[in-house]
Design a protein around this ligand. Sequence first.
Ligand SMILES: Nc1ncnc2c1ncn2[C@@H]1O[C@H](COP(=O)(O)OP(=O)(O)O)[C@@H](O)[C@H]1O
Ligand SMILES: [Mg+2]
Length: 266
Amino acid sequence: MPFLELQDIKTHFTLRKGMLAGKTTHTVKAVDGVNLTIDHGKILGLVGESGCGKSTLSRTIMQLIPATSGAVILEDENLSDLHHRDVRAKRLDFQMIFQDPYASLNPRMTVFSTLAEAIKQRHPKLKGEALDHKIAELMERVGLDPRFIQKYPHEFSGGQRQRIAIGRALAPEPKLIIADEPVSALDVSIQSQILNLLLDLRKDLGLTMIFISHDLSVVRYIADHIAVMHAGKIVEYGDADEVFNNPQHDYTRKLLEAIPHIDKVV
Ligand SMILES: Nc1ncnc2c1ncn2[C@@H]1O[C@H](COP(=O)(O)OP(=O)(O)O)[C@@H](O)[C@H]1O
Ligand SMILES: [Mg+2]
């Protein structure tokens, strides 16, 4: 049984076309019939150029936007059938990491408050020493010195901020992490540190992960399997090395040719 199964997911947006056009509408097929499975403890790399539908697919999986059709099955349960109250509880099981940690972290909250709030989603009654201990443990796990616990996001570097965001994602003890371009805004030297942290977390915590990037070399470094997305559809899927070394689809070859720093990341 796969951990997560996407069955023919379509997410279409209907847009009104201009004021004078009146009722004419235009449909953007952001995700247009995606079938994928992910096994427990594996990292699926989702790659494709900007605008191909990667973020829309991740928000559809998270039930943040409704699918137009299709089903998201998590451990045998169809998330699309759940009542919205149950979805909220379920959402603790999957957490997201975004490209820009500065935008996704609250600038007025210290590391302590950010992590405390996230831990309390799962353990609402945790406080005092037990909470302090959990926060320190979480900081160490993501490679942050617990002495920085009372600092604010602007006092950290970009890589450290992404570590805070990763800590916050881990705090509710999720089973699935969706990382949407988590290293795209970081220097190449910092990128590999964050990728290695995610690999350690997978190994130590048995997390399942969807790792999204427009950069095939980054995805190849971290993923077990790669799905190549183009115009809302998966055009190629396979073992990561296989897709990288022996791409079958023209579009995958184009993505490979677009990599300027193929040797730098690894
Ligand atoms: N809320 C929305 N309303 C209308 N169109 C959208 C919306 N969100 C995304 N899109 C469109 O869907 C397509 C896919 O976008 P997105 O999922 O953000 O791609 P990616 O993450 O791969 O860059 C784009 O054409 C984008 O303009
Ligand atoms: Mg995106």
